[in-house]
Design a protein around this ligand. Structure first.
Ligand code: UDP
Length: 461
């Protein structure tokens, strides 16, 4: 999209000043920075207010201004804490520094005041701040719209008896949200249903009070749920995604030069032969599951590129896990392991033929935009919803069911994806879905048009 009719686009925003507030986790930072780049290309002046936690390197984004605020976290305070408690703490800890920063920015720019805040939906405390300062707030929801709908319907689903999830009812279909089963409803580990309800309600209600919501998806991908989304969120909804396709790519602050080595390794592999394996930036797994993954990969005899982040194994305190004895010998010449990969570049590399993912929403969209079939092992949050969309709605992949991994099941799944006719059919559907995603973001496509409508909406505030 960037580059087309640039002069006309530069005109649109007329230098109007927008402040964007990402939630400080990779899967939320990336789409917010992609949106920032896109809005900058439309002529807006952009300031990103970012907590210290995971803050990007401003020199990677010469078009954006950065303000880094204290978040009151130290490393030990962040580890071992439940996800909802962590996200609630980000809201509480950042509130005062955020107010102070916004006041400072307002005072420093009397001739070009802030015209609007665009904040991550999970930063629900920013709605009150925006109201107190008389600033309009637009929400960016970085996860899948379908899971957002499930958030909005959570209390209803609880009242209907689907929740809390009970083992003997986990396979039952949620008739209100096909094709989800009870076990696919979004949620976090070790957290009761009331804590979920309260957390989701805060996010949903403060989104309903915003002036609009931006979704990182396209009309085409979400066609089935559009009426329900409009019913739950009776404010303007802008589908401007997939942002990884519509915006210039963002560099990941974790990336180090070493990881470029995996692109060199991919250059030496046969076309579509390699399975790329990554479980995202925060998901953890048990040590036993890591061992099953290793043996499943080794036994499948598929070439693989595997991202093992320090801290991937639960309780490993950010150290790098030990791989089973004999694994390195068995996979010599067939596999490459890195601590972090330039994922978007990897996925479009011609040697990559499949993606084993935890089905985070960014990874799911990046997989779609690269046209690679996926094998999903969702853990929590919206991942269970996304995995179901991949395997049952779009049919561009399959899902490994269950909380625990087993090497035989992995081997079977990987062969199906990479070598069988079924995998070939998924690959063909993935190719078509990729083309559709491309059509949405080019000039005249639905996401392109929605982006221009978003610009007009912002200018009308
Ligand atoms: N990512 C990456 N390199 C890696 C693993 C992940 O660049 O080795 C990026 C990936 O491209 C995606 C983001 O990190 O943009 C992860 O977001 P996602 O929503 O998939 O999952 P999360 O990390 O939030 O669970």
């Amino acid at each position: 999209m960037a580059g087309e009719g640039e002069d006309e686009q530069q005109e649109q925003g007329k230098g109007s000043h927008l402040v964007l507030l990402p939630l400080p986790f990779q899967g939320h930072i990336n789409p917010m920075l992609q949106l920032a780049n896109l809005l900058h290309s439309k002529g807006f002046s952009i300031t990103i207010i970012h907590p210290q936690l995971n803050s990007p390197n401003p020199s990677d984004y010469p078009n954006l201004n950065f303000e880094i605020i204290p978040d009151g976290f130290s490393e030990p305070q962040r580890t071992g804490i439940k996800i909802i408690e962590l996200l609630s703490a980000v809201n509480t800890n950042c509130e005062a520094p955020l107010r102070e920063c916004l006041a400072r920015l307002q005072a420093a720019n009397p001739l070009n005041p802030i015209s609007c805040l665009i904040t991550d939906a999970i930063l629900y405390s920013t709605q009150t701040i925006a109201e107190d300062l008389g600033l309009p707030r637009i929400v960016l929801r970085t996860s899948s719209p379908f899971s957002f709908l499930a958030f909005a319907m959570y209390s209803h689903l609880k009242a209907k008896g689907y929740l809390p999830i009970q083992d003997h009812r986990s396979e039952i279909s949620v008739v209100e949200l096909p094709p989800l089963r009870v076990k696919d409803l979004p949620g976090y580990p070790n957290t009761d249903v009331n804590a979920h309800s309260q957390f989701f309600e805060k996010i949903v209600n403060t989104t309903r009070s915003a002036t609009a919501v931006i979704l990182n998806s396209s009309d085409h991908l979400e066609r089935a749920i559009l009426p329900e989304l409009h019913r739950e969120f009776p404010i303007p909804i802008f589908f401007v995604g997939p942002l990884c396709k519509s915006s210039s790519s963002v560099s990941s602050n974790r990336l180090s030069e070493n990881e470029q080595s995996c692109l060199d390794w991919l250059d030496k592999q046969e076309s579509r032969s390699v399975l790329y394996v990554s479980f995202g930036s925060v998901t953890e797994m048990e040590e036993a599951d890591l061992a099953e993954t290793a043996w499943g990969l080794a036994n499948s005899e598929q070439p693989f590129l595997w991202v093992i982040r320090p801290g991937l194994v639960t309780g490993s305190e950010r150290t790098w896990p030990h791989l089973p004895e004999g694994f390195a010998e068995k996979t010599k010449g067939k596999g490459w392991v890195v601590k972090w990969a330039p994922q978007q570049k990897v996925l479009v590399h011609p040697a990559v033929g499949g993606f084993w993912t935890h089905a985070g929403w960014n990874s799911t969209l990046e997989g779609i935009c690269s046209g690679v079939p996926m094998i999903c092992w969702p853990r929590n949050g919206d991942q269970t919803v996304n995995a179901r969309l991949v395997s049952c709605s779009w049919k561009v992949g399959l899902q490994l069911e269950g909380d625990r991994l087993e090497r035989g099941e992995i081997e079977k799944g990987l062969r199906k994806l990479m070598a069988d006719k079924e995998g070939e059919e998924m690959r063909e559907r993935a190719r078509v879905l990729k083309e559709t995603a491309e059509l949405c973001v080019i000039k005249g496509g639905s996401s392109y048009v929605a982006m221009n409508k978003l610009v007009n909406h912002i200018l009308s505030l």
